[in-house]
Design a protein around this ligand. Structure first.
Ligand code: ATP
Length: 459
């Protein structure tokens, strides 16, 4: 048997469309560039990845709270955060064919017509603006958030007051973010609407560098638990000239996507920049060196130090991961083409079982046999109660085809219900394993335990 992995984005795009993971958005109207919709399997995969993150960031720790803040954001939040002034990419125009490019993506040459007759780069703000309420005037605008982080900072005091947290502690959030990317590309890698999984971890000033290192290691390990191999992961310390306006140091976790080694997650030391910037009169708190006066806020975003009883503005470490880039990475890693001994080809998505969109496919051997169908439906119902995720009743009547389909979408286990399942005592089903293709018979009365044990030991 020979094995090859996804070496072209086209393999993945084709699989995603064919099997219902990801579709171009508004496709029947010609699409809208940089926007994708998640189909029946994509939504399961994406939810499983987000749940794994939430579990490890919130439930398995004792120092993190969750939050779900609004997408529409007060313009003052994004003015004082620095995004109105500095959240820009360098834009160049091709004077010959009139197309527009991100300057650092084109190497001085138009990607469409090859001309070098480009304008000088000028800053292009990537935030989407919209109006709020029935009156449209100069002042009625708001933004779609470009990162989920600002909702965490503006709720810092609410969370603190309602939970009595002490440093260090974090606030986690998963949600949509919007960026008007100049050149969206590489499938779901660079899009205009995406999801982020962000943690803002508040620490004592002076302990931030140590925490930064800890979080880089924690996050690398988590990506490995999602099935990404060490060979395809790399850590990059950003050069000082590349840092965002709020960052003292940023480490990127890079993944070897089909189009190259690129950022999957960024882990930034945002210092006291954000809490300071959103505080009323930050200069009163000794922060005038790097934040501007704020006459709009009503709060000072600080925490009382238990020992000195002084107000401290915490430093913040931010692991910020893209959900869509995460989905692309786990799909890239899992995609496998095997050439079997008989010369036929098998495509298998070797996803970690906890990420698989379908946990078990229950397949009746004969789709027109009412007793077999009824038994299969009962088994599906019983397995569904385990709460593992989606159990699929797959009534296509062709077991071989069913196995192939479930290999391609990464279903770890198929359970085939046949005549022995209804006629013999004890009743049994055939269990087929995705990775080994091995089959074994399991008594129906043991099936729930078998599946539970499988997921407990595999995930
Ligand atoms: P890039 O340099 O690739 O534009 P960035 O450094 O601007 O990304 P951050 O602001 O650090 O990205 O955002 C945190 C995470 O959000 C990124 O690591 C990435 O996973 C995700 N992300 C950012 N922009 C996009 C996008 N346009 N499409 C999909 N995911 C994105």
């Amino acid at each position: 048997m020979t094995v090859s992995v996804a070496n072209s984005m086209n393999d993945l795009i084709a699989l995603c469309k064919r099997r219902g993971f990801i579709f171009p958005s508004s496709e029947i109207y010609g699409g809208l560039q940089g926007l994708y919709d998640y189909g029946p399997l994509g939504v399961e995969l994406k939810n499983n990845l987000k749940n794994a993150w939430w579990r490890s960031m919130v439930y398995e720790r004792d120092d993190v709270e969750g939050l779900d803040s609004c997408i529409l954001t007060n313009k003052l939040t994004l003015r004082h955060s620095g995004h109105e002034a500095t959240f820009t990419d360098p834009l160049v125009d091709c004077r010959d064919c009139k197309s527009r490019w991100r300057a650092d993506h084109v190497n001085g040459k138009c990607q469409k017509c090859g001309s070098t007759n480009l304008t000088d780069p000028r800053p292009f703000n990537m935030m989407f603006k919209t109006t709020v309420g029935p009156v449209v005037d100069e002042e009625s605008y708001a933004y779609l958030r470009p990162e989920t982080a600002q909702g965490i900072f503006t709720n810092f005091k609410n969370v603190l007051d309602s939970t009595s947290r002490k440093l260090p502690f974090g606030i986690a959030q998963i949600g949509k973010a919007f960026r008007n990317e100049i050149t969206p590309r590489n499938f779901i890698f660079r899009v205009r609407e995406f999801e982020q999984m962000e943690l803002e971890f508040f620490v004592e000033p002076g302990t931030d560098m140590e925490w930064h290192e800890t979080w880089v290691e924690t996050r690398m390990n988590w990506w490995k638990e999602q099935g990404l191999s060490s060979d395809n992961l790399q850590v990059l310390h950003q050069k000082p000239e590349d840092l965002s306006h709020y960052s003292k140091a940023t480490v990127d976790i890079l993944y070897r996507f089909p189009h190259g080694l690129e950022e999957l997650e960024g882990i930034a030391d945002r210092t006291d920049y954000d809490l300071g910037s959103h505080s009323k009169n930050p200069e009163d708190m000794g922060l005038s060196a790097h934040v501007s006066p704020n006459i709009d806020s009503t709060e000072k975003l600080s925490i009382r130090d238990a020992v000195s009883n002084k107000a401290v503005v915490p430093f913040v470490i931010e692991p910020s991961a893209g959900v869509d880039r995460g989905v692309l990475a786990v799909l890239t890693e899992a995609f496998t083409k095997e050439t079997l001994e008989n010369g036929s080809e098998r495509i298998v998505l070797k996803l970690k079982p906890h990420l698989s969109p379908i946990k078990v496919a229950v397949i009746p051997l004969a789709k027109n046999n009412p007793a077999i169908v009824e038994k299969a439906l009962q088994i599906k119902k019983d397995l569904q109660k385990l709460g593992l995720g989606r159990i699929l009743f797959e009534n296509t009547g062709n077991v071989g085809k069913g196995y192939r389909r479930h290999d391609e979408i990464g279903t770890p286990i198929c359970a085939t219900v046949d005549f022995e399942s209804i006629e013999q005592t004890p009743a049994s089903v055939t269990i087929r394993n995705r990775d080994t293709t091995a089959q074994e018979r399991i008594e129906v009365s043991n099936l729930v335990n078998y599946v539970r044990d499988f997921y407990q030991t595999q995930s």
